[in-house]
Design a protein around this ligand. Structure first.
Ligand SMILES: Nc1ncnc2c1ncn2[C@@H]1O[C@H](COP(=O)(O)OP(=O)(O)OP(=O)(O)O)[C@@H](O)[C@H]1O
Ligand SMILES: [Mg+2]
Length: 352
């Protein structure tokens, strides 16, 4: 009897300790049984989802997830129970959570299995990453705005000033005429150099602030991007595919353009390619943007933290609900493919 009491005390003490650990955890912890019913809901989960533990316990876990992740999650758990093969178990994935007030939010979900036999359960660890996402988005937008401002300044101020200098030098060249042939030739050279500088400034300005994109849409801007690479870096850079205006919302156009621009810039900087192809294709199912080079291909091992371009490309694709793959070309080089499903319906969706 005495021993039983001791054991009971020991259990209630360790239970209390476990409870304290669960409730002070920063991550939301949700334990479910194999039928998907919530068994435990810690304090952080209450804060994240907005439900009290008493409300959540006993409910199906689908209450906490929005479609389509909710359906994928149900299927993954069922598959796992049948086959033992983990698609979500043990792997941290980004999914969309659903708060009590109906708002959805991005979260990282890692699921592991506990218990044995009839008492199999799953522990879901949840981290709300909406704040981090907001910051990332603000960072991308801030750098986009900076580019726009510098591009506009370059175009409206520096290019105009250089153009004025070129015109004045031409006038000077004329006035010097045949009476001062040496000074006239020098003035002519200066005028040539300034004209080249105007062209460089304009092309740089277009890279930073692609007026063609705002004026004539994505296809026209991609064609201009290809022409500029050819004249700035002497590369064979071609655009093919669609010529029409797609009428995509501005954030979609801009993000697709910046993805192509980074992919082309990477091909120019890193691949040693002779040819770069930019292709824009559409079918009712999807819009496909491809940037392909015939260079050396991606290195076997990426040095972590070296550059930002690939990560920002992926981030931009995520922002417009597109997917991005970077893979080796058939014979050589690298292929960057961005796919935007159901692009015709995009105007109706809410864009960030
Ligand atoms: N088309 C390509 N061909 C060969 N290597 C590539 C190509 N694109 C990217 N890489 C490799 O991947 C690395 C990472 O690219 P990423 O765009 O993220 O960074 P970066 O271009 O080095 O710097 P940043 O884009 O921040 O100016 C590059 O340093 C390069 O080694
Ligand atoms: Mg780069």
């Amino acid at each position: 009897m005495g021993a039983d009491k001791k054991t009971a005390e020991h259990y209630s003490e360790s239970e209390a300790r476990l409870r304290a650990v669960l409730d002070t955890a920063v991550e939301g912890i949700v334990i479910i049984d194999i039928a998907g019913r919530v068994q435990l809901f810690n304090k952080a989960a209450e804060r994240i989802f907005g439900y009290g533990a008493q409300e959540a316990i006993g409910q199906n876990v689908s209450l906490l997830m929005s479609s389509p992740d909710r359906d994928t999650h149900d299927r993954s758990v069922a598959d796992y129970l049948k086959t033992g093969k983990a698609r979500i178990i043990g792997i941290g994935r980004e999914v969309r959570g659903l708060r009590k007030d109906g708002r959805t939010f991005p979260m990282i979900l890692a699921v592991s299995e506990i218990g044995v036999g009839d008492n199999r359960q799953f522990v879901g660890m949840v981290r709300d990453i909406s704040e981090r996402k907001r910051l990332e988005e603000a960072l991308v937008m801030a750098s986009e705005n900076e580019r726009m401002i510098i591009g506009q300044e370059l175009h409206d101020t520096l290019s105009q000033q250089l153009t004025a200098i070129a015109l004045m030098t031409r006038a000077l060249e004329k006035r010097l005429g045949n009476s001062e042939p040496v000074a006239r030739d020098a003035a002519s050279n200066v005028a040539e150099m300034v004209r080249d500088a105007v062209n460089v400034a304009k092309r740089l300005a277009h890279g930073l602030f692609p007026t063609e994109l705002e004026r004539n849409g994505l296809a026209a801007a991609l064609e201009e991007l290809a022409d500029n690479q050819a004249s700035l870096f002497g590369k064979v850079c071609r655009y093919s595919g669609l010529r029409d205006r797609l009428g995509l919302p501005r954030p979609v156009d801009r993000n697709l353009y910046r993805i192509a621009q980074e992919a082309v810039s990477n091909a120019v900087k890193h691949s040693g390619a002779k040819h770069i192809d930019i292709v824009l294709e559409v079918s009712p199912a999807e819009l496909k943007l491809i940037v392909q080079d015939d260079g050396c291909g991606l290195p076997q091992h990426q040095q972590p933290g070296k550059g930002m371009g690939l990560a920002i490309m992926k981030y931009r694709a995520g922002m417009i609900n597109a997917s991005l793959t970077i893979s080796p070309g058939l014979r050589s080089g690298t292929v960057v493919t961005c796919r935007l499903p159901e692009w015709q319906k995009i105007g109706e969706r809410k864009m960030s």
